[in-house]
Design a protein around this ligand. Structure first.
Ligand code: RTP
Ligand code: MG
Length: 140
């Protein structure tokens, strides 16, 4: 399996509770490396654009509001099988269904305030990484 990159977001519920370091440690312990990182406040337009694939879903407006409710940490994670590995470490979308030892099981507040985002395919990862970072900002 070749080295892969994925886009991770530490969401506002987690930055608010000062969990950034604890969450990054989970990724690092799983063999993923942070090769780009920035703490930002998303604008409404940015959040809407980032989640455009969910525009028709009933939770879209609430999700956008939540994602702009505080700072987020956007990161590129690199490693073997990074997309799948990251999602394994994150756990299921709804913390009630997340496996023991996953980030969402241990930290998420609800299905919406679920602490982390991770790209769901290599193709989406490439687009999501481009959304936030230029090539020069990613140092592997
Ligand atoms: P993510 O994109 O954040 O990594 O999460 P995911 O793939 O596990 O979940 P997805 O279906 O892509 O949904 C994106 C985010 O929308 C919020 N959500 N709320 N209220 C609801 O029923 C609901 N369902 C999803 C969550 O914040 C989810 O992570
Ligand atoms: Mg998703």
């Amino acid at each position: 399996m070749a080295t892969e990159r994925t886009l991770s977001i530490i969401k506002p519920d987690a930055t608010r509770r000062n969990l950034t370091g604890k969450i990054v440690a989970r990724f690092e312990e799983a063999g993923l490396r942070v090769v780009a990182s920035r703490r930002i406040q998303l604008s409404e337009a940015q959040a809407k654009a980032f989640y455009a694939v969910h525009a028709e879903r009933p939770f879209y407006n609430d999700l956008v509001k939540f994602m702009i409710s505080g700072p987020v940490v956007v990161q590129v994670l690199e490693g073997e099988n990074a997309v799948a590995k990251n999602r394994e470490v994150m756990g299921a979308t709804n913390p009630a269904n997340a496996a023991a030892g996953t980030i969402r099981k241990d930290f998420a507040e609800s299905i919406e305030a679920n602490s982390v985002h991770g790209s769901d395919s290599a193709e989406n990862a490439a687009n999501e990484i481009k959304f936030f970072f230029s090539d020069l900002e990613i140092v592997g």
